[in-house]
Design a protein around this ligand. Structure first.
Ligand code: ADP
Ligand code: TRP
Length: 319
């Protein structure tokens, strides 16, 4: 099964991103033919400046590789390194009724949030359709907000195929299984915009400090604690199997330990879970040439598939 995922790089990642998005995505490579790219043409629609876009792009590459994306199993590249997608974007534009784009929720949401209403933002779904169709993608794992874009891709592909023959594979979305919303240090949804996130790659001391800031009740030391509804417990549980959770619940009940102990324990869990990733990350950060080589290899692989498809498309439409 060919699966395509597109990553919007937007800076530092936190534990909510890790459990909600990155970990499940990286696991797909074990069972599928996974294609993953960093959608920097898309990010351009909301980019502040050149330096930030470049930095976010390369940071995302380093982070995904560090967390276990295997460039031997997964074709991993930066979108703008396979510019064929822009030619397809133009061709597909002819098969995209204005009304289809006018109905896109994501465009309206972004404009409501203050992103300037440019043509690039408006036609964003056509570029996404090109990403998907160019590689004969069968499945596209997406968050709920992106389902409409995959449906639009099917509409565009169907129109094209009706006119020129069965050139494009119709993709299906997979909605990633609902990962419970991961709480931040204040118990609200962890998000970089709420200043309540625990970043993935913090140094040990700041990480402990961040964990110490998790909001907890004020039960005095020596009394049994309630694990249900405790943000420290809920975060720790992400790292534990059933036996580990039962053990932690027993520690809460025993009354022998206070929240300070559990905050230390949580820090250790995070620190340990990310140990291997941290080492890999340090390695990649001091061997950036390797990161660039990996992305170049991925771009070459993606380009081979893209060029074969584009030859068919150009021929079909008479270019
Ligand atoms: P943020 O809210 O920090 O800006 P994004 O919107 O960039 O995060 O989310 C990137 C990915 O991480 C999405 O797939 C989203 O579903 C997932 N994600 C972000 N925060 C959480 C969270 N608190 N719990 C579960 N998943 C999350
Ligand atoms: N629009 C997607 C997002 O905001 C990113 C993306 C671009 C994408 N092209 C794609 C995702 C193709 C899957 C397939 O998250």
């Amino acid at each position: 099964m060919r699966v395509l995922t597109g990553i919007q790089a937007s800076g530092k990642l936190h534990i909510g991103n890790y459990f909600g998005a990155m970990k499940p995505m990286i696991e797909l490579q074990e069972e599928h033919e996974l294609f993953t790219f960093i959608a920097n043409y898309h990010s351009l629609t909301s980019s502040k400046d050149a330096q930030t876009l470049k930095q976010y792009t390369i940071d995302a590459a380093v982070d995904y590789l560090s967390l276990g994306l295997d460039p031997q199993k997964t074709t991993f590249w930066v979108q703008s390194d396979v510019p064929e997608v822009l030619e397809l974007y133009w061709i597909l534009s002819k098969f995209t009724p204005m009304g289809l784009l006018e109905r896109a929720h994501s465009y309206k949401d972004k404009v409501a949030k203050g992103i300037p209403a440019s043509h690039a933002l408006f036609s964003y779904p056509v570029l996404m359709a090109a990403d998907i169709l160019m590689l004969d993608t069968q499945k596209v794992p997406v968050g709920k907000d992106q389902i409409q874009h995959v449906e639009m891709t099917r509409d565009i592909a169907t129109k094209f195929n009706n006119e020129y023959g069965a050139i494009f594979t119709l993709p299906e979305h997979i909605v990633q299984e609902e990962v419970a919303t991961i709480p931040g240090i204040d118990g609200q949804k962890m998000s970089k915009s709420y200043n309540n996130a625990i970043d993935l790659f913090m140094a040990e001391k700041p990480l402990q400090k961040r964990c110490n800031k998790i909001l907890s009740s004020s039960t005095p030391l020596g009394e049994p604690l309630e694990h249900a509804g405790c943000h420290i417990y809920n975060l720790a549980a992400l790292f534990l199997d059933e036996a580990g959770k039962a053990e932690l619940q027993a520690r809460y009940k025993s009354g022998k330990e206070g929240y300070g102990h559990f905050k230390k324990y949580l820090k250790e869990l995070i620190w340990e879970e990310l140990g291997e990733a941290r080492e890999k990350r340090e390695y990649y950060l001091s061997h950036m040439d390797e990161v660039h080589d990996i992305l170049a290899m991925g771009a070459k692989r993606a380009q081979t598939v893209a060029q074969a498809k584009m030859a068919q498309v150009r021929d079909a439409v008479g270019l």
